[in-house]
Ligand binder design. Structure first.
Ligand code: PGA
Length: 252
């Protein structure tokens, strides 16, 4: 059985004081032996503080990005390596978020390199895929997602997905308040699982596929009722302990 996974992506939000308050609120809400796995991904600067503050809670830590060039260390000014993230207490890392693809020109090849570096260091990559509104309207959503998945599968093989997570995040639903309907999301999630199943049924059956894009407590239940939606990647609503915990409680 796939254990549901709820990941909070804080993006570039928070001060030290706000982060400490948010973590304090989350630590109180976290339930040991929960049926749901919960992860938060703070900005790099706050990763170590989050790991320390959530140390004996049931919540684990992820990062939002990593260096593609080198998994350990090297002359890459301004970068953070996968090993540094592990050292700071991370277990997960988001790769290929649409904001990084769009604003930082990360292409499929770079995303595949980041995925590889993450796994080499022992991190579980959360690979983000998803189409723009224009692609959806012109009927290209599935073929675009297939292309993004193929870029990693062709480069690294199917077996790397035994220790990875995929997040389907339609760009038009991110931060817009416009969630994909449960049916729209399920259609793509099923397509993603089938894409993996064509190559390896075991990997496909075990793969956790998260939905992301304006997930909130009030739409979470219907999304999670769909057979191929195994959790959520949550942006805005993960910035409040009440809002975020209501989402994982919806899965429970
Ligand atoms: P949102 O962001 O929940 O604010 O739409 C989701 C994401 O970008 O991961």
């Amino acid at each position: 059985m796939r254990k549901p996974l709820i990941v909070g992506n804080w993006k570039m939000h928070g001060t030290q004081a706000e982060v400490s308050q948010l973590l304090g609120g989350l630590a109180v809400k976290a339930v040991a032996d929960s049926k749901v796995e919960v992860v938060v991904c703070p900005p790099y600067l706050y990763v170590a503080a989050a790991a320390a503050q959530l140390d004996d809670s049931a919540i684990s830590i992820g990062a939002q990005n990593l260096c593609a060039n080198e998994e350990v260390q090297g002359a890459y000014t301004g970068e953070i390596s996968a090993k540094m993230l592990v050292d700071a207490g991370c277990h997960y890392v988001i790769v290929g978020h649409s904001e990084r693809r769009e604003y930082y020109r990360e292409d499929n090849a770079l995303v595949a390199e980041k995925f590889l570096m993450a796994q080499r260091a022992g991190l579980c990559p959360i690979l983000c895929v998803g189409e723009s509104l224009q692609q959806r309207d012109s009927g290209e959503a599935l073929s675009f997602v297939a292309e993004q998945l193929a870029a990693v599968i062709d480069q690294l093989g199917i077996s790397v997905f035994a220790d990875a997570v995929v997040a389907y995040e339609p760009i038009w639903a991110i931060g817009t308040g416009r969630t994909a309907t449960p049916e729209q999301a399920q259609e793509v999630h099923e397509f993603i699982r089938d894409t993996f199943a064509e190559r390896d049924k075991g990997v496909a059956a075990g793969l956790r596929i998260l939905y992301g894009g304006s997930v909130k407590a009030d739409n979470a239940k219907l999304l999670f009722a769909k057979p191929d939606i195994d959790g959520a990647l949550v942006g805005g609503a993960s910035l409040s302990p009440d809002g975020f915990s209501a989402i994982w409680q919806a899965v429970e």
